[in-house]
Ligand binder design. Structure first.
Ligand SMILES: *Cc1c(COP(=O)(O)O)cnc(C)c1O
Length: 433
């Protein structure tokens, strides 16, 4: 790839998402070409970026007994999961639907871990029949049900307990999961008792311990706090005669959306390994469950400017992508970079609120953004690889966007745009009088 332009508009994802020759490219494909070919809104991902992100985690763990399990709820599109599985990742799933997708993507079942507070009996059965590596159990009640389901099938379910270390990940309250008041995990002071209970159930095989403290975490300190709390438990549990084969430290590593400087996987893992070594746990098998940090900055969403609506108080820029495609601003007031595919110098830049067509005041993608644009121009919404398409909905009877994966100068449609017929396929018109 030739060098990028010197002062491009701001958009994370370099070098895979970058300006050259006055326009925005993903790897060696100009985004305008893809927008013309496939229409908008359009998600575009870089295969090289996915592979580089997986390699960063794996290289950080080189020489250790470790497995990176991609938390596929971040982006569950089959080809994306396939790409990460082919790059050597296992998968962290949170539903029977994700189990089916993970298997379809070709992951070895023993590299699947199953998280989530509300697994149903049917989901447990499917996961046991597939032979997954570990259930991350989140409550005593779930232990009982899993034990019963496993015994019905004549197997033993491999389990970790997800413990709640009660540390503050210092992130948005909706994506913080390690505090005492969250619905997730088993409280630290109940964990030893829960492990004794699990070890006594004949349908269960205790294999590890698990924690996941939140998402978009941009400092190392909360991870070290959580690790210390988990290691205290590991020592107490093993002193009680229950062996823990692996330690799952969850996901949650943040990415750059807007100038954040999260630690690299290398820096985070190094700090954790140093603490593990110092406390004499260096030889233990490790699992990580990153989602966002594997896919977030590997993707952008291309949208077309529909209308300019200047006003006395605010100027609105209406685009064809909306909260149903990119739910993070509406859900978390999240900030995503928004930049033109082809920056113009023939128009003045004005401050706009960038909004979608959906009938909700919460349907905005960015506020107070300086942009020089006209109707028909294309914009890229940055950092759109994680928690965008996987959270997309059909609100306002809008079909889901198309998705394209780029590899070098080649590109492949990995999800066709949904039609109205797709949307109402399961509906039946009124037949009663
Ligand atoms: C969502 C989730 C992850 C991934 O979180 P990221 O912030 O995307 O890395 C990992 N483990 C569990 C249990 C999760 O719920």
């Amino acid at each position: 790839m030739p060098p990028a332009d010197p002062t491009p508009p701001y958009l994370p994802g370099a070098p895979y998402v970058a300006y050259r020759d006055g326009e925005l490219w993903v790897e060696d494909v100009p985004l305008a070409q893809l927008a013309r070919e496939h229409g908008t809104p359009l998600f575009v991902y870089s295969l090289a970026a996915l592979r580089a992100a997986a390699a960063a985690w794996q290289q950080a763990l080189a020489g250790r007994d470790a497995q990176v399990c991609y938390a596929m709820k971040a982006n569950s599109t089959l080809a994306i999961v396939q790409a990460l599985v082919q790059a050597g990742c296992g998968v962290d799933i949170v539903s029977g639907g994700e189990l089916a997708r993970a298997l379809r993507a070709g992951v070895a079942p023993d590299r699947i871990v199953f998280s989530g507070v509300g697994k149903t009996r049917a989901e447990m059965r499917a996961a046991l029949q597939a032979g997954i590596g570990c259930f991350n159990v989140e409550s005593r009640a779930e232990l009982e049900v899993l034990d019963a389901v496993a015994r019905e099938l004549g197997v033993r379910a491999p389990v970790s307990l997800r413990v709640n270390p009660d540390v503050d990940a210092q992130t948005h309250p909706y994506i913080s999961t390690g505090l005492r008041d969250n619905k997730f995990g088993i409280a630290h002071d109940e964990a030893l008792d829960a492990y004794r209970h699990a070890a006594a159930l004949p349908g269960l095989q205790v294999v590890g311990i698990d924690c996941h403290i939140g998402s978009q975490i941009t400092t190392i300190a909360p991870y070290l706090d959580a690790l210390d709390r988990v290691l205290d438990l590991v020592e107490a549990i093993e002193a009680d005669g229950i062996a823990l084969h692996h330690l799952d430290l969850g996901g949650g590593l943040g990415i750059e959306y807007h100038g954040e400087q999260p630690p690299t996987p290398q820096a985070l893992v190094q700090a954790l390994l140093a603490r593990l070594d110092a406390r004499g746990h260096g030889g233990r098998r490790l699992l990580f469950e990153p989602g966002r940090s594997l896919v977030g900055n590997a993707g952008v969403c291309v949208t077309e400017v529909l209308y300019l609506k200047p006003g006395t108080g605010k100027n609105f820029l209406i685009v064809d992508a909306a909260m149903n495609d990119l739910p993070r601003p509406a859900m978390y007031e999240a900030w995503h970079a928004i930049a033109p595919l082809r920056p113009r110098s023939d128009l003045p830049a004005i401050e706009w609120d960038v909004v979608g067509p959906v009938c909700e005041s919460g349907d905005w993608l960015g506020r107070g953004r300086r942009l020089a644009v006209q109707p028909g121009d294309w914009l890229a919404v940055g950092s759109a690889g994680a928690y965008c398409m996987s959270m997309a909905s059909h609100y306002n009877t809008r079909g889901k966007a198309a998705e394209v994966l780029v590899a070098g100068a080649r590109s492949q449609l990995i999800r066709a745009r949904e039609t109205v017929a797709d949307l109402w396929r399961q509906e039946r018109v009124l037949a009663l009088d």
